[in-house]
Design a protein. Structure first.
Length: 287
């Protein structure tokens, strides 16, 4: 089966984008899925969040510029069936160099196609930088869908409309198959009316796209990356871990077809007249 490629993107920083990419991937692995995470952000936060170092030559940098094989950049994490293509600081230079090249936004898609078709992974997440530069555009042109983490704050819808327009433009051109895979509301606090109002407003505008699972604002989610662990390892029973496990279940329900219904044969027709009183015993008046 060909892997589904999901770009985790939002042009605004600090919305829980990397947190969502790392922890959703880890929770899918916990549910026996094979997942690859591509860290496309030069800051390399996703790489650090799974406990790996940023090493020169280990990112997609050279591949985007036409050299090397993407599969050769894959590194295992400490967790079975969870692999990553890490980031490095040199990746920041790709923004400028890609713009000067031919087809600057299609490089990642061409490099990713063999890895996607190999069937090694069921889901490939791309953690994007917090901007709509050349790296994010490469991710959007390579993806089947965009997962949008959205902070429960006043200006959330304004940023969401920008992403929606960008996806619409790409669907009309470079990537006709691209769609909003889902919107994940992050840093939610049920104690404030603002959080509830933002969720309601986003649901009103995108009723079929918003995940029911709300990711809470919690200290443990913020601490986990500094220990190089997903939250389900760092704080297994905490509310952050519970929320991402629920999100993973919802993600699977959205993307996996329901099991086929088992056809049941009708009961055989009676072979002869019923004995007197048989119908009454079954609750049917006897003729």
């Amino acid at each position: 089966m060909q892997a589904r490629v999901i770009a985790v993107a939002n042009q605004k920083g600090g919305v829980g984008k990397t947190t969502t990419a790392v922890n959703l991937a880890a929770c899918l692995v916990e549910r026996r899925k094979k997942v690859l995470l591509i860290d496309l952000d030069p800051q390399g936060n996703a790489t650090s969040a799974v406990g790996l170092d940023k090493l020169p030559g280990g990112s997609v940098y050279q591949v985007l510029l036409g050299g090397g094989d993407l599969a050769a950049r894959v590194r295992p994490t400490a967790y079975r069936n969870f692999d990553i293509i890490p980031s490095e600081l040199d990746l920041a230079g790709a923004e400028v160099e890609l713009i000067r090249s031919d087809d600057p936004f299609l490089r990642l898609r061409r490099a990713l196609d063999p890895l996607r078709a190999a069937g090694t992974y069921e889901v490939i997440f791309i953690d994007c930088p917090p901007s709509f530069g050349a790296l994010t555009m490469n991710a959007l042109c390579a993806a089947d869908g965009v997962l949008i983490p959205l902070q429960c704050e006043y200006f959330a819808l304004e940023g969401l409309s920008v992403i929606a327009r960008m996806i619409g433009d790409l669907r009309a051109g470079a990537n006709p198959a691209l769609d909003i895979d889902g919107i994940v509301m992050t840093m939610y606090s049920g104690r404030t009316k603002l959080g509830q109002q933002v969720v309601q407003e986003v649901v009103r505008h995108f009723p079929d796209k918003v995940y029911e699972t709300l990711i809470p604002r919690t200290v443990r989610l913020g601490e986990a990356p500094s220990f190089g662990k997903p939250v389900i390892v760092y704080d297994r029973t905490g509310i952050g871990a519970t929320a991402y496990r629920l999100l993973a279940r919802e993600f699977i329900r959205r993307h996996e077809p329901p099991p086929p219904e088992v056809a049941t044969e009708p009961p055989p027709a009676p072979s002869g007249p019923s004995e007197p009183g048989a119908g009454a015993a079954a609750g049917v008046p006897a003729v």
